[in-house]
Design a protein around this ligand. Structure first.
Ligand code: ZN
Length: 239
């Protein structure tokens, strides 16, 4: 999976008679920060607005298109775990918690996903007075076999699992956007801020991409994983 980046300085300078600059495709980065120099020597910094869980889910989808089904299951699993982190942040920031306090406490759970899941379940209970819908035991068993026991999943097993993750995240994400608007906004803002350097002197552009699970998308359009795969395949054939 790569991102198309366009030099904003060249894009602004383009007029009706000249072709707008072609995008340059860059590899994904963990920090969401993309610094590149165009053919004319302009250096620009672009920060990706999408949250980790949104990007990781699409990485899983591309892994399916590439035939790497174990990797797809791993990326879908990471997407769900990072979604739980997103929810935990949104619910705490909704109540006005400082990010530094969150970051300090997160260290206690950062390397143990079971602890994070526990935090998610009880913060969800606090927000909505009911327990959250989680992955079913059958899917958890499948995931553990793939990730810990070297099981080689088929394409359809990977898609079923990805679809289950999609159906777990989407309703909770919609509910979170409605119930915790301040917390969601603060989580997005912190994410953008953390992708910048402390002493950033040059201008930074924010970029957003269309992902299968999309916090930004208010269209109500919720494609299944199969539909999202068809669409990605169509686009990729034209790169
Ligand atoms: Zn340029």
């Amino acid at each position: 999976m790569r991102l198309p980046l366009t030099c904003m300085k060249c894009a602004v300078g383009a007029n009706a008679s000249s072709h707008p600059p072609y995008p340059k495709y860059v590899e994904l980065r963990d920090d969401g920060r993309y610094e590149f120099t165009c053919e004319k020597g302009h250096t620009t910094v672009t920060v990706l607005q999408e949250q980790k869980f949104e990007v990781l889910f699409d990485l899983g989808a591309y892994a399916i298109l590439d035939g790497y089904y174990r990797e797809a299951v791993a990326s879908f699993t990471s997407s769900l775990e990072r979604f739980y982190e997103f929810f935990i942040k949104a619910s705490l920031f909704e109540d006005g918690l400082e990010e530094s306090a969150f970051a300090e406490t997160w260290k206690e759970v950062s390397s143990q996903s079971e602890r994070q899941l526990g935090a998610f379940i009880f913060l969800y209970l606090k927000c909505f007075s009911e327990r959250p819908a989680l992955l079913r035991p059958k899917q958890i068993k499948f995931r553990n076999e793939v990730i810990h026991k070297g099981k080689i999943p088929s394409r359809s097993e990977a898609i079923d699992y990805g679809q289950a993750v999609l159906e777990t995240i989407r309703p909770i994400m919609q509910r979170t956007k409605t119930a915790l608007p301040i917390g969601v906004q603060q989580t997005v803002l912190n994410h953008l801020k953390n992708s910048r350097k402390q002493d950033e002197s040059q201008s930074v552009t924010t970029m957003t991409i269309a992902t299968t699970i999309s916090l930004n998308d208010g269209s109500g359009n919720e494609p299944s994983l199969e539909e999202a795969l068809s669409e990605k395949e169509w686009w990729r054939a034209r790169w």
